[in-house]
Each structure stands twice: as C-alpha cells, then as structure tokens.
Design a protein around this ligand. Structure first.
Ligand code: ZN
Length: 322
C-alpha cells in the first residue's frame, strides 16, 4: 500500500516507517519521489533523468520501485526516477520551455526560469536532507560512452566516502576531477555531502548489461552505507583516473565540430589512439568543406558523438588517459 501525497517539502525524519510516495512541487515544477524509511541512519538519495534523454537511471529506479520490498532497513532510501520531467517527455537533454541544462543550473533560484526553480526545489527539499547522493546519467541520444562513475574531489573525509561509493559500482571505471559548477554534485559538494555520478552508454537506448551493472552497484552501495545488512562485499578492482585538469572530464569542450554538418566517426569506443591521429571528420552539407578531426591527446576513446548531425562546437570525442 503506497502512502501518497503532494508537498512542497517533506521532512524525511518525521515520516513513519514504511514506503511512501511523495510529489515534490513548487512554482510550477515538480517530481515524484519514492521513499523507504526505517528510522535514524543514513539517507541515500538517487535520481535519474537530470537530463531528459537518458533512460538507464529512470528505468532501473522506476522498476526498482515496483519490486523492492526490503524486510529490514537502517535509515532511509529516496529514489527519484525522473527528476527533469519536462525534458524527459520532450525526449531531450534540456528543458523544452527555457532550454536550460539542469546540470548547469544548481543550486538554482526560486525566481528563475523552470530549470532554475527545479534545481532549487531538488537542492532544498531533498539534497539538503541526504547523507549520500548518486546522480544517474548516460550518453543520452547524442553520445555513446564507455560507462564510468565519478566525483569531484573534496576534503579528505568526504573523498574517502566518495571513493568507497564509486568503488561499489565496480563494473564502471572511475574518473575523479576537480569541482565544476552548476551540477547536482556541485550542490552536494557545497553541502559537504558525499556524492557520485554514473554515466551509462546512452546511444539513444539502454544496454541490458548497463542496467545489470547499475543494479549491482546500487545493491553494493546499500550495503556499504549500512542501509541494508547482508553478505560481505566482494568488489572487482576498479580502474581509476584522478586529474587536476578542470577540462579533462568536461565532456562538452573536446574535439568541437568546426562547422555545421555531418559527422563521421573513424574510430570506436574503447579504442586507444595517439595524439594527432585522425579519428573522424565533419562534412558540410553544401559539399564545400570537410574537416579531419585529430586526437587532441593520446588515450582511450571514452565518448563518441552518436547523433550524426552536428552543429558548430558540438563535442565529437572525449579521450581519457586510461
Ligand atoms: Zn546527463
């Protein structure tokens, strides 16, 4: 039996033990949250669809809601399968009304556009109440990614927790970098909440093995936080890259398309390439221009543009030294 209600704010600590559904909404924006509550303890918050065209997180979390009936919990688990509903129903990365990228809008504002108001609502109504946070992303409709997890470096104690959280997702490699503004993780960072993100493959759909890897990671994380008791954790060793370069893991800045046109990839996800090696090209539709895209650095292809129509400055590849 679901206990259901709509609220501007829900004090998780005052909820009765059990399973609750709550609609968080304010000033014309909102989202549904599913809450498993069992007294004091860690509060783990997980969401999908910060970007509207990324389906792995929403699919895992929404299916989880129907089947997860834990007999015993310590603490609270909150799942928001689809945070950015307007972008989700528009099947696009950004908000259809204002074009805003929710992953650049945090901590948001009460008097801003829809994207800013949604960021503010999520930050103040839920992030502020959690002890651990996970944001589920993917390549979406435009990109194909070599699945990874990651976080922003923080203080030693927060980093220790973030490293352990990321290690729970042991079928993903791990990319650690400096703080970037505007993300959900930036808001968690400001609140000193250990936070990680996941990036699944994307390419417009869902790989079943990505869902399995996510689910395995989530179960590991529930145990690591102490929310669930169970078997001793046995984790695979995780390949980890730590960088101080703010641009390294900033996916939108690498190998920009020099003009509008058709993108042709001449490499593949996971392939090792050398700096200067041709890895793709962009062809203008009028037949007058063609540009060879050369690898900016030596490394592994971890992101490839999947959508073949490109606008000038759209990122085409990201390489990581892994
Ligand atoms: Zn995303």
């Amino acid at each position: 039996m679901i206990d259901s209600d709509s609220n501007y704010k829900v004090d998780l600590a005052r909820l009765a033990p059990g399973f609750h559904q709550r609609r968080f909404q304010a000033r014309g924006v909102g989202f549904d949250a599913f809450i498993w509550r069992c007294g004091p303890g860690p509060v783990l918050l997980i969401n999908g669809a910060t970007h509207g065209d990324e389906y792995e997180g929403p699919t895992l979390l929404r299916q989880w809601v129907d089947v997860w009936k834990p007999a015993m919990l310590s603490g609270t688990v909150v799942m928001v399968p689809v945070l950015n509903e307007a972008a989700f129903f528009a099947a696009q990365r950004c908000h259809p009304a204002d074009g805003g990228n929710l992953a650049r809008a945090f901590p948001g504002r009460t008097n801003g556009n829809s994207t800013a108001r949604l960021a503010h609502l999520f930050d103040t109504a839920l992030l502020a109440q959690c002890t651990h946070y996970v944001d589920l992303h993917s390549g979406g409709g435009a990109y194909e990614l070599l699945p990874w997890t990651g976080y922003f470096t923080h203080t030693r104690s927060v980093d220790k927790a973030q490293r352990a959280m990321a290690a729970c997702f042991d079928h993903f490699w791990c990319w650690v970098g400096p703080f970037l503004p505007g993300r959900t993780l930036s808001a968690a960072h400001a609140r000193n909440i250990p936070a990680i993100y996941l990036e699944c493959r994307g390419a417009g759909g869902i790989e079943p093995r990505d869902l399995q890897a996510l689910e395995r990671g989530l179960k590991n994380l529930l145990q690591w936080t102490g929310v669930l008791q169970g078997r001793k954790l046995t984790l695979r060793k995780q390949k980890t890259r730590i960088t101080r370069d703010v641009d390294e893991a900033h996916l939108q800045v690498h190998h920009p398309a020099p003009f509008d046109g058709l993108f042709v990839s001449e490499t593949a996800l996971g392939r090792q390439v050398r700096r200067g090696q041709p890895i793709g090209k962009v062809l203008s539709l009028d037949g007058k221009q063609s540009a060879v895209i050369k690898a900016e650095r030596t490394g592994c292809i971890v992101l490839v543009r999947y959508q073949r129509s490109v606008r000038r400055d759209d990122a085409l590849f990201t390489l990581a030294p892994i």
